[in-house]
Design a protein around this ligand. Structure first.
Ligand SMILES: NC(=O)c1ccc[n+]([C@@H]2O[C@H](COP(=O)([O-])OP(=O)(O)OC[C@H]3O[C@@H](n4cnc5c(N)ncnc54)[C@H](OP(=O)(O)O)[C@@H]3O)[C@@H](O)[C@H]2O)c1
Length: 229
């Protein structure tokens, strides 16, 4: 069984790669070819036992690569931030331009490859096509692309993902802390389901849950809540 991981260099992606390797899954970690840290990622992933793939984010190339590798699962763990979009010189609606467009590209390539991998899509709690936040709106549209693909799929909708990142995201960490405190209060007053749905998580817990739902017999389901239940 082969797992192909898009977004392998991310906070969650790198942990998914590590855990897949520990489980003995043949793991292909995708790194964008123009990554300024490509050699460091090659070393890091090689040490884990993962193969590194640098196929361009281009439909024909990605289709051909997926056809060669025939992965059982295609993890889509990508997404930009305002800081990253600035470095990448992405203008306009950055979440449509990156999160949605790259998900569309991955799904189109997976379909065209005729290998029918299961799409494992990392989304977010609150994702909805009609959401007011551009981020959640793009996530919602990307979910629609995945669910309408005709391929087997699973979608994970975590709340905040916290831990020691390469870059400081103080706002995110602060929001998670405040949110978790409020949720603890809500839980004490009987709002256990709300607490379960919105509590923050960590990459190791999330990666393990993602792999579990990726490999479970059931598919075409949205997983959310504590360790994605
Ligand atoms: N962080 C949270 O609290 C949270 C909560 C709920 C859901 N999520 C969702 O989960 C996703 C993954 O989270 P994360 O924390 O692992 O994110 P992350 O650390 O920022 O990783 C994002 C991944 O996307 C890739 N990427 C970003 N922009 C790209 C571009 N223009 N072209 C190609 N690749 C690009 C990055 O590649 P490089 O390393 O090469 O830049 C990296 O592999 C997020 O995008 C978000 O939508 C996050």
């Amino acid at each position: 069984m082969t797992a192909f991981v898009l977004g392998a260099t991310g906070f969650v992606g790198r942990e998914v790669v590590r855990q897949l390797c520990v489980r003995g899954v043949r793991t292909v970690a995708h790194v964008r070819p123009d990554s300024s840290s490509l050699e460091a990622w090659r070393t890091r992933f090689a040490a884990l036992g993962a193969a590194v793939d640098t196929t361009a984010w281009e439909e024909t190339a990605l289709t051909a690569r997926l056809r060669e590798l025939t992965p059982a699962q295609l993890y889509v763990l990508i997404g930009t931030t305002r800081a990253k979009a600035k470095i990448d010189r992405v203008d306009g609606d950055i979440y449509e331009a990156v999160d949605l467009r790259l998900t569309q590209l991955a799904v189109t390539a997976a379909r065209a490859s005729e290998t029918r991998p299961r799409i494992v899509f990392l989304s977010s709690v609150g994702a909805a096509r009609g959401a007011r936040s551009p981020y959640l709106r793009a996530r919602g549209k990307a979910e629609d692309v995945v669910t309408g693909s005709g391929l087997p799929w699973v979608i994970a909708r975590p709340s905040f993902i916290i831990g020691d990142r390469d870059e400081a995201r103080r706002g995110e960490r602060g929001a998670a802390l405040v949110g978790d405190s409020l949720l603890a209060v809500a839980g004490a007053f009987g709002g256990k389901q709300v607490r379960d749905k919105y509590s923050s998580t960590t990459p190791d817990v999330l990666a393990s849950a993602l792999i579990r739902i990726a490999e479970a017999p059931e598919h075409d389901r949205i997983a959310e809540g504590g360790a994605l239940r």
